[in-house]
Write a protein that binds this ligand. Sequence first.
Ligand code: FES
Length: 581
Amino acid sequence: MDPAGEQPATPAATGAARGMTSYGDAGFSRFLRGAFLAAAGFDREDLDRPIIGITDLTSDFNPCHRGMPGILENVKRGVLEAGGLPMVFPTMSLGETLLSPTSMLFRNLLAMETEELVRAQPMDAVVLVGGCDKTVPAQLMAAASSAVPVVVEVTGPMITNTFEGERVGACTDCRRLWAKHRSGELDAKRIASAEGSLATTSGTCMVMGTASTMATMAETLGMMVPGGATPPSPTGDRLRHALKSGRRAVELARDPILPTEILTPDAFHNALTVLAAIGGSTNAIVHLLAIARRAGVDLGLQDFDDRSRETPLLLDLKPSGRGYMEDFHRAGGVPVLLAELRDRLRLDHVGVTGRSLRDLLEDVDPPAAWQDTIRSLGDPLRPGGALAVVTGSLAPDGAVIKVSAATEGLLQHTGPAVVFDSPEDAAQRLDDPSLTITADSVLVLRNAGPVAAGMPEAGSLPIPQRLAAAGVTDMVRVSDARMSGTSYGTVVLHCSPESAVGGPLALVEDGDPIRLDVAARTIDLLVDDEELARRRERLVPRAPEERGWRRLYSQTVLQAHLGADLDFMSPGPAVEAEPRG
Ligand code: FES
């Protein structure tokens, strides 16, 4: 027996014979496996088939995955029809709204768990079924580190509802209606009624938030059977897509295409182009950086800015536009968008279908005249620059802003800082009548980066109540946090390096002038260097986390501009986490 108690799989080992534990007698190992699988009702004929692992992320703590059982059944049926043996296994489920302090703290843990279970259990291919914000990024990170074929399936978006006669959905409208409540426009009775109207079916947030963005990224990267990002969760379209994923996984088990062959520089070129064209979530930037690092693809923040500048915003979905995912689906979904972007994409790319993008798009028509959700390149929603990367003395390694969801008049703005030391501090003092603040102030939030707090979605600070009541709807906000993909406003995020490792946000004091100039791609703290050096000497190192996952995470997580993965998880040149404490 080798020291790890394992026997490496030979290239010929498939199905139940993969990766067997060694007892010094390979025949006995296989016999023992067969005996225990017989107890679960599998016979020798079953075990001659390719085994397809299927992840189950069903959880009462994850309402976005309520539709998962039906989807799993259809993936299984697809596997059986194609002659494979489906074996469902659980992994942790990350429900965005019920995890504290943030689901992002656990993305890397799910990625690690998924990778290890795919490696440790005998499967010839795997269908990774996710949905809510962090699940698909974690699964794609695991896929990039996987040595078996992977097909990604998602639970799909929710379907919209109405509130007081107006079409609404999660969760751009959640934020808009809550802002109306804060300003006094919606009373307690009406906001309670809104609470029951915003998310009424199974599925993920149905705007172009992080879940929808990452589903679109999975399809564009080629990790999903085409047409899979948009079918709403409760529909037959979703179930039929799950069926195709199961069938395709069996074909891939017999004729493998590995994720490392799919997650190429061309795949990321296409993903960044589509991210800009859909006005996708800023969170996708961190996730794509992490996936690319795992895949050994050289990708940096500047690539996102470059692609965004060159690519018009074509998709009219909230929060950048008007519609919802079901509109995108009816308009033809990702394939039709790709067809419109054809001349800007790397068409030789091959994904899980085994066909080149050029070949796949032969069958796809451009956007139809009857719909107005997918705009043409000749009639875009905005000419380009939906996402921008800014750098400067406040963010030497970069920060990001979703320009398409910001207020045009605030994209060049200089104002005095109002500083909050943590999300908790902001919650306590933002509405304090004694706070010195005007509509021109720049709200600064720190200690919300990867090391400090796991990077919560706290960056879109609410407008202080008295300013909201006076009609202020947007202000410049700057932080090392993330924001929900469903949020909007002039919000500068992911300032890197973060304040907890000594980034410049740690040095800002109330009243310091901050200048944002998105056209020049800059964000600067207008305080002289000598004063900043004096402030740096007074900085107090933060206390280390004491135990468990949070300790490992805070000691090894990379900064946002590198994807916030753990520093030992990527195959490329080692980058160590910033010294902390
Ligand atoms: Fe799960 Fe939005 S909370 S996708």
